[in-house]
Design a protein around this ligand. Structure first.
Ligand code: PLP
Length: 410
């Protein structure tokens, strides 16, 4: 019989969202007529902005005419979008990134999941704990994690991010080859400042490691001193790959468009010590396994960079940022400690003492009919924390905040 990839058996059940749905279903069945509000989702509630919709419609019309119809496009993205990204997101900020270093894709999830393929099986992976679970799971699938015991994979370096270190990951004590950094962070909402990010770039240069920098939430940064891109840090062009997405920036969670920046100056070595450009390897991987993002979608993404598109998406982001403030104020009013929400659409609250993440989930559901995400679902160091998101509508967020204000948790 055909054997499976045994690494898949090492995966720890990702039952988090299934468990949440099950508990919410049970609650609703026992309390018919009570409206449950979700502040747990990582999906957006606001529609695509008009500038994007117009561009999508125009591109759809082009596809209906034999003279303007497009079939397969370039795997790495059309030049019009790569140029717009390089110009607006990098060169306008004086960052040295060129259009041919941009790879357009159907999502940051698939890119961060796939990128590890380029590295040797024995590479040591370091990641923040808690963090977006895709980094860990894809390395488990690839057979890089070692055995799971005592709540940890033995070959993974976990970097605890807790209140004690302001949710800023410490440098690994031993050598790491691949470092995943998510900033602004999902779920803690913490964003690395330039000095903190510099220590990571310095570490990677010294250790000859690669940083995989996920900045899917950079558009939510409000502090003007914080870096939006790792390429704001001197030396990053030699050691870092950056992942960005239109999902939370412009409501593309269902439309699907993202991009990855692979500078031509990032090198990795072969077993004999020969040097290879990561850019060439990723290009080879993408041209072999990926056939590009739909032309229509890329035209929609291009419209994000038009003056109207920029003004419109900024309004939507501001609406979510306002939601975050509403949630933060409500939590603070009942004496709960809350973090994040200022440079990220995530609010990370500390559960009252001796209440676990899941106990707090039940308490919130029963007392306030509000759903969030238990912090432990993002890693062991998330125990005792709880994530709320700012992505619901302002109306439902305000209603949820009112209910949070009536919580009796202390
Ligand atoms: N990276 C992080 C940190 C995320 O939280 C998410 C989505 O929740 C993604 C990547 C995935 O983005 P995309 O919709 O582009 O696949």
């Amino acid at each position: 019989m055909t054997q499976l990839n045994a690494s898949y058996l090492q995966l720890q059940g990702s039952y988090l969202f299934a468990d949440i749905a099950k508990r919410v279903r049970a609650y609703k069945a026992a309390h018919p007529g009570q409206e449950v509000i979700s502040l747990g989702i990582g999906d957006v509630s606001q529609p695509l902005v008009p500038a994007v919709v117009e561009a999508l419609q125009k591109a759809a019309a082009e596809m209906s005419d034999v003279k303007t119809f497009r079939g397969y496009g370039p795997e790495q993205g059309y030049d019009f979008l790569r140029e717009a990204i390089a110009t607006h997101d990098y060169q306008a900020r004086n960052l040295d990134i060129s259009a041919d270093e941009i790879f357009v894709s159907d999502g940051a999830k698939s890119d961060v999941a796939n990128f590890q393929e380029l590295f040797a099986q024995q590479s040591v992976v370091a990641l923040q704990d808690p963090v977006y679970p895709v980094y860990l799971d894809t390395n488990v699938m690839a057979g890089r994690s070692g055995k799971f015991s005592g709540g940890r994979f033995e070959k993974i370096i976990y970097l605890p991010c807790t209140q004690e270190n302001n949710f800023c990951a410490p440098l690994p004590k031993t050598h790491a080859d691949i470092i995943y950094l998510c900033s602004p962070n999902n779920p803690t909402g913490a964003a690395l400042n330039k000095a903190q990010l510099q220590t990571w770039v310095d570490y990677a240069r010294e250790q000859k490691s690669i940083i995989l920098f996920d900045s899917a939430y950079e558009a939510y940064i409000t502090d003007s001193d914080l870096p939006h891109s790792i390429y704001e840090i001197p030396g990053a062009r030699e050691v870092a790959v950056e992942f960005r997405s239109f999902s939370k920036t412009a409501g593309f969670t269902g439309t699907r468009c993202a991009y990855t920046v692979v500078p031509k100056s990032v090198n990795v070595c072969d077993p004999q010590g020969g040097s290879h450009a990561l850019h060439a390897l990723w290009l080879r991987r993408q041209t072999t396994k990926f056939n590009g993002v739909p032309y229509i979608v890329q035209r929609g993404a291009e419209a994000v960079y038009s003056p109207q598109g920029q003004a419109q998406i900024k309004q939507v982001i501001a609406l979510y940022q306002q939601n975050a403030q509403v949630i933060l104020r409500a939590l603070q009013a009942v004496g709960l400690q809350a973090f994040g929400g200022v440079n990220a659409p995530y609010i990370w609250l500390k559960t009252p003492s001796k209440i676990s993440s899941w106990e707090f989930f039940d308490l919130l559901l029963n007392q306030a009919q509000v759903v969030g995400t238990p912090g432990v679902g993002f890693g062991q160091c998330g125990e005792g924390y709880f994530r709320l998101t700012a992505f619901n509508t302002p109306q439902l967020t305000a209603q949820a905040a009112q209910r949070l204000g009536a919580l009796k948790v202390l």
